[in-house]
Design a protein around this ligand. Structure first.
Ligand code: AMP
Ligand code: MG
Length: 348
């Protein structure tokens, strides 16, 4: 991948730890020791902030960036003209269906399973509803937002429904006017791919990498302490690092959080946020305002955090359990609930 392409979506901030790593490397090079160094990098891709901290004898942060950019531009993003998802959306309605790459076929098959299991709470055909509300744009502008009319919502809902889409092995049949939006799972998919790269890099001994609200931890920290993943306080989101608590983890884990604080607009005292209830076409309203999932698979943690947010506490806990994942929810009053298994990792 050439440099222009590589930096199209990632604007790189050089981080002090990276320089420190290089200096440390020189010193270590002189004495011949192979102590793990810390490499740090930050940037933006997939419409969010990526932060990497890697421990080992070699800096592979740019290899990881390349992979995130590949996933976004060539596979997953509906905003990238050249991505496979854009091609699928463009050719919706073709009677003969579209041939899927093996990579996307595996991803979609897994997502369809979770859609069925969640009773449609996770539905990546919700795109027309997402576009109608356009929360992403109004969350930034805060002006000109209007609530869609019932007629507009009915029309948008007519073009949604994962059960109207047919996947047969490597072929996808997407009805005319429908589209796929992988916003709810893309960051988790990126974390899965990052973990694969880390596993294939013997020079890396540990890493913690966040892709927006999804985090992957890998291996161990050189000093033997745990990886710390903070859980955002959903009602204090001014960037001052206000957390309801943290997860202390060791080894390979995936953590995803979905909340009504990430992107939202307020109008007449009502918060309209970016996670939709695919049944009603309105922003999901349940008894939780944030859901964190801890699991051994990135796509699963991301998909479940969105689905469980829509479902609410009772059904969300049951769904997470069926997938062997741990769940933590925060409600409007700041009350925290968590699955039994989560308790061993959580610290207030
Ligand atoms: P997340 O932050 O992972 O919960 O994902 C939210 C994003 O997924 C939104 O910005 C939409 O693009 C998309 N989305 C919203 N509601 C749903 C839903 N119920 N199922 C699938 N995708 C959704
Ligand atoms: Mg998600």
């Amino acid at each position: 991948m050439n440099q222009d392409k590589k930096y199209k979506n990632i604007s790189y901030r050089t981080v002090a730890g990276y320089l420190a790593g290089m200096v440390g490397g020189l010193i270590c090079g002189l004495c011949g020791c192979t102590q793990a160094k810390e490499f740090e990098a930050a940037g933006t891709a997939m419409g969010t902030i990526i932060h990497q901290k890697i421990y080992g004898t070699q800096d592979i942060t740019s290899e990881i960036e390349d992979e995130i950019v590949r996933l976004e531009t060539q596979l997953l993003s509906r905003r990238e003209e050249a991505s496979e998802i854009s091609r699928i959306n463009e050719y919706a309605g073709q009677a003969e269906g579209l041939i899927l790459s093996e990579e996307l076929s595996d991803i979609l098959t897994e997502i369809w399973g979770i859609s069925k299991e969640s009773g449609g709470a996770l539905d990546i055909t919700v795109g027309p509803v997402v576009t109608l509300w356009n929360i992403d744009t109004y969350a930034l502008m805060d002006e000109g937002f209007t609530v869609p009319t019932e007629q507009e919502l009915t029309e948008a809902l007519r073009l949604t429904g994962y059960d109207k889409v047919c996947i047969q092995q490597d072929k996808l049949f997407l009805p005319e006017g429908m589209s796929l939006d992988l916003g709810a799972v893309g960051k988790g998919i990126a974390c899965d791919r990052i973990c694969k790269i880390l596993e294939a890099s013997p020079e890396v001994t540990g890493a913690v990498i966040s892709v927006g609200g999804s985090v992957v931890t890998y291996g161990e920290k050189p000093d033997g302490t745990s990886w710390i993943v903070g859980i955002q306080n959903p009602r204090v989101t001014d960037g001052t690092g206000n957390y309801v608590g943290k997860l202390k983890l060791s080894g390979n884990w995936f953590v995803s959080t979905s909340g009504d604080y990430e992107r939202y607009v307020e109008k007449d005292g009502i918060r309209y946020h970016h996670i939709m209830n695919p049944m009603t076409g309105y922003p999901a309203k349940s008894d939780v305002v944030s859901v964190t999932i801890l699991s051994k698979e990135g796509i699963l943690s991301d998909a479940l955090s969105t689905a469980c947010f829509v479902l609410g506490k009772e059904e969300g806990f049951a769904l997470a359990k069926r997938y062997g994942a741990e769940i933590l929810t925060v409600d409007e009053n700041g009350k925290i609930d968590m699955s039994e298994g989560m308790k061993q990792y959580f610290q207030p």
